[in-house]
Design a protein around this ligand. Structure first.
Ligand SMILES: Nc1ncnc2c1ncn2[C@@H]1O[C@H](COP(=O)(O)OP(=O)(O)OP(=O)(O)O)[C@@H](O)[C@H]1O
Ligand SMILES: [Mg+2]
Length: 242
């Protein structure tokens, strides 16, 4: 579903992605982890072309991402992305936040967009908040709305970049529960997170990045119990003793 081949990217002198090769099959859940600055967010951002690449190719469902133009807009809407900061439109209600893109981009009519949005809000457990504004919701609720908003575009792939790291501890689980159920329902997901419980429970693979390169790619059990590289051992030692 996602095919990344030989991708390189620089920010000036900094070689931020070094010959990245990563294939994610339909329905697979890949957790990406690694130290700060290792290129995890940049990798996510290149997958939906929020960042350009210097060389290599990225394809979604067999279609190589073009660098610009209308085709890019279409392919980009196949890729949902949820960030650490929820980025909801502050001056729009929850339901408006979820119906906006389907109506504008997909030309879905209002009644249909509304029905679908309510179903999605129900699925993430915030249907009773539909008429409120984002600031009236908790961080965990806002993040679940952000997930519903992405799902409203029927993406083929969902990218999550540290979706719980801005949340108070008691709200982390409610967001992870929504992500776990998405994973179980067969969504193809790339998730940057340091939530090791989620990685063990929901991921098919754990990919570790260090200094812009993939240094380990293994099943969760193998990665956590028997890491091969020194970088992975060192990293796990730090986060598990944290
Ligand atoms: N727009 C940019 N311009 C220049 N350098 C950048 C830019 N974005 C990121 N970088 C640099 O690229 C490197 C990788 O950044 P990236 O945000 O991908 O790391 P990360 O693994 O997501 O880190 P974190 O865990 O802190 O979120 C860092 O050294 C960062 O400073
Ligand atoms: Mg990051």
């Amino acid at each position: 579903m996602i095919s990344i081949q030989g991708v390189n990217k620089h920010f000036g002198d900094l070689h931020v992605l070094k010959d990245i090769n990563l294939d994610v099959e339909r329905g697979q859940v890949v957790v990406v982890l690694g130290p700060s600055g290792s290129g995890k967010s940049t990798l996510c951002r290149t997958i939906n072309r929020l960042e350009t690449i210097d060389s290599g190719t990225i394809a979604i469902d067999g279609e190589t991402l073009p660098s610009e133009g209308r085709e890019l807009a279409q392919l980009r809407s196949d890729v949902g992305m949820v960030f650490q900061s929820f980025n909801l439109f502050a001056h729009k209600t929850i339901i408006q936040n979820v119906t906006l893109a389907p109506m504008k981009v997909r030309k879905v009519d209002k009644a249909q967009a509304h029905d679908r949005a309510m179903k999605l809000l129900e699925r993430v457990g915030v249907a009773n908040q539909a008429e409120k504004y984002p600031a009236q919701l908790s961080g965990g609720q806002q993040q679940r709305v952000a997930i519903a908003r992405s799902l409203a575009m029927d993406p083929k792939v969902m990218l999550f970049d540290e979706p719980t790291s801005a949340l108070d501890p008691e709200m982390i689980n409610e967001v992870l529960a929504v992500m776990t159920s998405l994973a179980r329902e067969g969504m193809t997901m790339v998730v940057v997170t340091h939530e090791m419980g989620f990685a063990r429970r929901a991921a098919n693979r754990v990919v570790m990045m260090a200094d812009g390169a993939i240094v380990e790619d293994a099943e969760p059990g193998e990665f956590f119990d028997n890491p091969k590289s020194d970088r992975a051992k060192d990293f796990l030692g730090k986060i598990l003793n944290h």
